[in-house]
Ligand binder design. Sequence first.
Ligand SMILES: NC(=O)c1ccc[n+]([C@@H]2O[C@H](COP(=O)([O-])OP(=O)(O)OC[C@H]3O[C@@H](n4cnc5c(N)ncnc54)[C@H](O)[C@@H]3O)[C@@H](O)[C@H]2O)c1
Ligand SMILES: [Zn+2]
Length: 362
Amino acid sequence: MIIPVNTNTSSYEVHLGENILRDFNERNAEVLKKADQLVVISDRHVWSLHESYFREHFTLPFKVYLVPNGEACKTFESYFDVQSFLLKENCSRSSALFALGGGAVGDLTGFVASTFMRGIPFYQIPTTILAHDSAVGGKTAINHPNGKNMIGAFYQPKEVLYDFHFLETLPVLEVRSGLAEVIKHALISNENWMNEFFSLETIESIEKTHLLQWLEKGIRVKAHIVELDETEQSYRKYLNFGHTYGHAVEASVGYGKITHGEAVMIGMIPALMLSELHGKVRAGYARKVYELAQRLGYDFNAVLGCSFDQLARFMLKDKKTTNGELNFALLQSIGEPFVKIISMDEVQNCDIQLRKWIEEGQ
Ligand SMILES: NC(=O)c1ccc[n+]([C@@H]2O[C@H](COP(=O)([O-])OP(=O)(O)OC[C@H]3O[C@@H](n4cnc5c(N)ncnc54)[C@H](O)[C@@H]3O)[C@@H](O)[C@H]2O)c1
Ligand SMILES: [Zn+2]
């Protein structure tokens, strides 16, 4: 399966399915032989699980550099270490990077690629469900102690190689995290698709064939939006659905304490409450999605661990906040997103409601 992505600055393909890595090598051997170095950046955990598969199917000579797994690799230190490695190995403008891992490795590698020698090609090889989202669209970044993803660039990959083999080792926590972004893609694009999720009873009961179809759909939604608006001037803001409140929770409890997807799932509930108020989303829909999230094991307790004041401070610091105004991505109806300025008082009302639901469920 190939999904083309055509942005203003570049065109590339997302290849997804089985045997993607093997086919990539066969298809690109001639082009890649012209590169003076191929460098694979991965995290220690992913590499320990998939080194042999990777070596078996990636047949061209390459060097590998391993970074800490998770958010710990999106630091200035890792960024510097990777650059130092590339210089030590005499990489040049004719070198190419491969990001083998989840969104964290992808974001780091993309940012390194965007700046090394003023920009060298890079390929995304996502290994998580969440990375169906992060590997497409060209947002790359590292974190600053003052905020997540604060230092970065829009820089598109040469190709995205989504080999489903890697997903087999994903722990349920990471499946849950990635599924939140899949559900987000359904909510902002297609009500019929969203309805498929309501029949789910547990994360474990998800059938592989369904998951793979959903990943394809999610990538199509993401690709389409990025094509319309590569640098987030308009439509791309829709992809922030659930992220304003979600990022605030993620930041308040401390990055890495809950997964990104868990935070997004939490954030989608206030966004749906606001969509009932400002859009035509039917009353009770936010509650219905909240109950689905409960069935799938999303843990909302993180919300109780932070005060609303704390969340408000983070929401005001968010990159999407302009002049102290909260730009919320909301839904007019399921599948029909829009952006609206929302007052902090209104967000607080949703926060109060959400806390009630969480406390009642305890
Ligand atoms: N650039 C974007 O558009 C965008 C979009 C969404 C999220 N993000 C970023 O993505 C990051 C989150 O991505 P993520 O959830 O993929 O996290 P991640 O890269 O931190 O991976 C999560 C964990 O799963 C492990 N892992 C990865 N693949 C595995 C596999 N196949 N089997 C077993 N374990 C595996 C990793 O070692 C890590 O410990 C965040 O930093 C977020 O900011 C970026
Ligand atoms: Zn996200």
